[in-house]
Structure formats: structure tokens, C-alpha cells
Design a binder for this molecule. Structure first.
Ligand code: CP3
Length: 333
């Protein structure tokens, strides 16, 4: 299978392609389902979640499926309720009378058994690998702490820099819950795990190590399937991320993959890194940039084509199809 071959840095064929947030709002078939069900129902109902996972694969020959869920579902293990107000950042509600410091997790097999069931429903119908996932503990913590989640994460960092002990206690709890959750996903049959530490870029090098890397390493130590690490700012943290020896690192579009490939150990696969905004522009510019990327990474046995971050809402689905077509037909020239 192409994705697994690339993750083993042994792919001799064209690069595999999948797209971060591929089951999202740009898909008309997804929008139709969302008009009928609240988002949280799509996450909680295994049959619906399995159906949504398969939607993009029905329209395009993608080389992987990613489980339809959200990185914040892990907070349900702590008794939290996650709200997704339309057009705004998600909001996390604590169990009544409980402070963040006092949160205690229950077992994933109880509270998140619906995710296990989704994976079990999906596995027999898939002919491509299934990617399971979780959020990086720092990123998940930020959604718990921020009242109004936006670019600076000022409340999260204020907490980190005033009471680091309590902050790290929280990261430890989220790490333990994430390990439990990911092991459940592994047992249910996911083939690959991607960890999204989407907000890692707000930290300087020392705090990135203390708040992100150390916990990512702890999580990885408990897993047996190949792990892809994603964080924004990855181009700046190449050596530190490579030192964790994940199967792959997913890069944002700030760096040039050819140059990154030259600095990476050949045993680590490289995923990325097309600017998601290109998919909302002129098709000729999209094709030009995609071809440049394919050419740069041509023959690299560990290259996985993807975007530098999740696909944006309002992306024309035809542009996505063109991109997938370009990569899967191996048109480099
Ligand atoms: O890739 C996929 O299609 C699988 C599903 C998936 C979702 N969220 C579904 C979702 C995945 C992999 C995620 C990861 C996720 N969720 C991340 C990490 C990746 C990244 O983009 O940085 C983060 C930070 C979240 C938290 C989250 N969930 C936010 C900020 C939002 C609201 C805005 C947004 O990005 O869509 C969500 C809601 C959410 N999660 C939707 C979906 C499909 C929105 C759907 C809708 O409005 O119908």
C-alpha cells in the first residue's frame, strides 16, 4: 500500500496523497449531511461518522481515510462537553462544579467506545489505510483554557508562565488520556496515527520542548503503528521533531521540502506542504505549485503529498479533484 510504503520510506511508485480535513465543509455531500444533523451527532454516531469518513473517498482516489472525529473528543473522558458554535471556535464546558485543575479522566473504552465502533465499522469497507488521530496535549489544553480561542493563546500562556506546575499537571493528564484513547484506536484497527499539535507554533524553542516535544515523545512511546507528527511551525523545529524519530513529519508551507529533505534522516518520511489557499485560487497556479512540489520530491521514497494545514472551507471541490488527479496520475512535467 502506497501510504504505508512511504511511511516506511520504501515507496518506489508515485507519492501517496491524502488531505488534512478531507472530510470537511468543502464537500457538498458533507454539507448535505450537516444540514440534517448537528456536528456533534456526526461525531457521536458511529454509523454517521463512518459514512462521513468515506465521503471524500467516493469522490476522489485518495490514498488514505482519516477517521471522522475531532481532537477535542478526548476531553469527554474528563466529563467535559464540547460545543461547536457555527462559525466560531469550539467551546469546552467543564463538568459542573469542577475546576480545570481537578479534572479526572475515565477510561476511553467506556466514554469513547463510539470511536472504537466507528473504526470497526470502517475497517472491512476500506481498501486504503485508516488514519486515527489525537491532538497534541498542548493544543488540546489550549481549547480547555481559552475562553475565546484565537491566535495569541494569551490565557494559555499566561497560565503556563505563572503556574507552570499546575499547567504541566494538566498536560500530563491529557497525555495519559490521549495514550489510552490512541491505544483503543490501535486495538480497533487504525493503521496509522497522526498527532495534531496545531498550536505549537506559539511557543518559543524552550517551551516547545517542555510543552510539546516531551509529551509527544511520551505518547509515541506507547504506540505501535506508524506515527505522523503535525504541528504548525514544524519547518522551524525540524531537528527537534526528527529527534523523536516519528515515521513521518508533516510540514507547513513556510519551508521548501527539497531543502528539508536534505536535512532529514532518510528514515523519516516527509508529508506536506502545499499552501491550502492555493486550492481557492486559479487552477493554473495551483497546478504550477503542485507540479513544482512533485518535481522537487520526485523519487523520494518517503514522500506523502498533502497540504501544509487543513483544507479551508469554501474550497471548490473541483479544484481538489484536479489536485488529486494530478498527483495520482503522476504528471510531473
Ligand atoms: O480530517 C478530517 O476530515 C477528519 C476530521 C477532523 C476534524 N477535526 C473534524 C471537524 C480532524 C482531523 C480534526 C482535527 C482538529 N480539530 C484540529 C487539528 C487540525 C487543524 O486543523 O489544526 C483542531 C485544532 C480541531 C479543533 C476544531 N474542531 C476547530 C478549531 C473547529 C472549528 C473550525 C474548523 O476548523 O472547522 C472544529 C470543528 C470541526 N472539526 C469541523 C470538522 C469537520 C467543522 C465542521 C462543520 O462546521 O461542519
Amino acid at each position: 500500500v502506497k501510504l504505508l510504503d512511504a511511511l516506511a520510506c520504501q515507496n518506489r511508485k508515485r507519492p501517496p496523497i491524502w488531505i488534512m480535513r478531507q472530510a470537511g465543509r468543502y464537500l457538498p455531500s458533507y454539507k448535505a449531511l450537516r444540514a440534517r444533523y448537528p456536528l456533534i451527532d456526526l461525531f457521536h454516531n458511529s454509523h454517521l461518522a463512518a459514512e462521513v469518513t468515506l465521503l471524500p473517498l467516493k469522490e476522489m482516489p485518495l490514498d488514505a481515510a482519516i477517521l471522522f472525529s475531532d481532537i477535542l473528543m478526548v476531553l469527554e473522558l474528563f466529563g467535559c462537553t464540547v460545543h461547536y458554535p457555527e462559525g466560531k471556535a469550539p467551546m469546552v464546558e467543564l463538568p459542573s462544579g469542577v475546576q480545570i485543575e481537578d479534572l479526572q479522566a475515565t477510561a476511553a473504552a467506556d466514554k469513547l467506545s463510539y470511536v472504537k465502533q466507528t473504526i470497526q465499522l470502517l475497517k472491512p469497507s476500506l481498501n486504503v489505510p485508516l488514519i486515527g488521530f489525537c491532538g497534541g496535549p498542548f493544543t488540546v489544553a489550549s481549547y480547555l483554557i481559552e475562553k475565546n480561542h484565537r491566535d495569541s493563546l494569551s490565557a494559555t500562556k499566561k497560565w503556563l508562565f505563572t503556574d507552570p506546575h499546575a499547567f504541566h499537571q494538566l498536560l500530563k493528564k491529557i497525555t495519559a488520556a490521549s495514550i489510552d484513547y490512541l491505544k483503543m484506536q490501535e486495538e480497533a484497527g487504525v493503521d496509522v496515527i497522526q498527532i495534531f499539535d496545531s498550536w505549537a507554533h506559539v511557543l518559543g524553542p524552550v517551551d516547545f520542548r517542555l510543552c510539546c516535544l516531551d509529551y509527544l515523545q511520551e505518547i509515541m512511546a506507547h504506540l505501535s503503528v506508524p506515527v505522523i507528527l503535525f504541528c504548525r511551525g514544524s519547518c522551524l523545529r525540524l531537528a527537534e521533531l526528527a529527534a523523536l524519530a516519528p515515521a513521518a513529519i508533516s510540514f507547513d508551507w513556510q519551508g521548501e521540502l527539497e531543502q528539508i529533505a536534505g536535512q532529514m534522516p532518510r528514515s523519516i518520511a516527509i508529508q506536506g506542504n502545499l499552501d491550502p489557499d492555493l486550492l481557492r485560487g486559479e487552477i493554473s497556479i495551483l497546478e504550477e505549485r503542485a507540479k513544482e512540489l512533485l518535481l522537487q520530491m520526485q523519487g523520494h521514497p518517503g514522500y506523502i503529498f498533502n497540504l501544509g494545514h487543513g483544507i479551508l472551507p469554501d474550497t471548490p471541490v473541483d479544484n481538489v479533484k484536479r489536485l488529486v488527479d494530478l498527483v495520482t496520475n503522476g504528471c510531473v512535467a
